[in-house]
Design a protein around this ligand. Structure first.
Ligand code: GYE
Length: 304
């Protein structure tokens, strides 16, 4: 708990680190695994008092949560910003209050890097590139027409995965004929895919920015009397259990992983920041990718 005057942070008074975490929401399997990792790691046994709030994918809820953590004088604020822009004012308020901020999962777009201590998360451009490279290797020369299910508009993973995928397929004959947001949820993925199927006769490939939207697309494709993974190929990102199962079953063709287990890194960086140690501004989490055989092998021991 913070006691120091003059805006100084001081976690040493009672030995407990009070951390306010503002989560994006509960939109996906990835998010559920991410929340569990944070709640399982930032425990009383590990020296934390975790204050956790779910913003239901709304920036205004996150700003409100951060303001309330500032008012409570927590030791550290951590959050996963739902969208990239619009954070400077509230981050400045945290800075003025002497409360360090750590970003997890998603980035902010700010010209002032002193507004946060560190950003822990995956390289989303690289994830999109890995997905696009595989598509180009597998399907170039087929004249494939692709549709894209984008993540939440304005979110770092939606912007970056789109860029990465587009640049990786640029030299191939795969063409993106339609692209819309499905807000990272299964329900919206399904609805948007239904719209794509109504609007276009010849869809060969779906690139979904996460597994959940891909799983929603599978439902829409099956309802339209087609076979996902065969009539229409599907590539997704995340590699959560349901996605990996669909890949093992042949309904998804390829998944690029995005590791949601950020709790341990967050705990570690928080302790270093409060101890006044130098921390890296950017901690990149490593991701793999899976085809059907790799998914079958990984599934039995998959944690999430
Ligand atoms: O891919 C998606 C979730 O920000 C990396 O958010 C995260 C993304 C993840 O809703 O499933």
């Amino acid at each position: 708990t913070q006691t120091g005057g003059g805006g100084e942070t001081n976690a040493a008074d009672d030995g407990v680190i009070t951390l306010g975490f503002s989560q994006v929401g509960a939109e996906s399997g990835w998010r559920a695994a991410n929340t569990k990792s944070i709640q399982d790691t930032l425990t009383a046994e590990n020296g934390f008092d975790l204050k956790f709030s779910d913003a239901q994918q709304k920036q205004e809820n996150q700003i409100q949560a951060i303001r309330s953590y500032i008012a409570q004088q927590v030791d550290v604020i951590a959050f996963s910003p739902v969208v990239e822009t619009g954070w400077d004012a509230v981050l400045q308020e945290a800075k003025d209050a002497g409360i360090p901020v750590i970003l997890t999962d998603r980035a902010v777009d700010s010209s002032d890097e002193t507004l946060y201590e560190s950003f822990i998360g995956s390289d989303f451009v690289l994830e999109g590139e890995m997905a696009g490279q595989w598509a180009a290797e597998q399907y170039d020369g087929e004249g494939y027409q692709a549709v894209e299910l984008q993540g939440t508009t304005g979110a770092a993973p939606a912007i970056d995965r789109k860029d990465g995928f587009e640049s990786a397929i640029a030299g191939s004959d795969i063409e993106i004929i339609d692209s819309q947001t499905g807000n990272f949820t299964r329900a919206e993925g399904k609805t948007v895919m239904e719209g794509f199927l109504n609007a276009h006769d010849d869809i060969d490939l779906v690139f979904a920015h996460n597994d959940d939207m891909g799983l929603g697309a599978i439902e829409a494709i099956e309802a339209a009397g087609m076979t996902p993974g065969e009539d229409i190929k599907i590539i997704t990102i995340d590699a959560v259990k349901d996605g990996m199962q669909a890949l093992a079953d042949g309904k998804i063709n390829y998944i690029v992983e995005c590791n949601p287990l950020l709790g341990p890194d967050l705990a570690d960086i928080t302790k270093k920041v409060l101890a006044g140690e130098e921390v890296e501004k950017r901690i990149v989490v490593k991701d793999e990718a899976f085809d059907q055989a790799a998914a079958k092998e990984a599934l039995p021991t998959r944690e999430y």
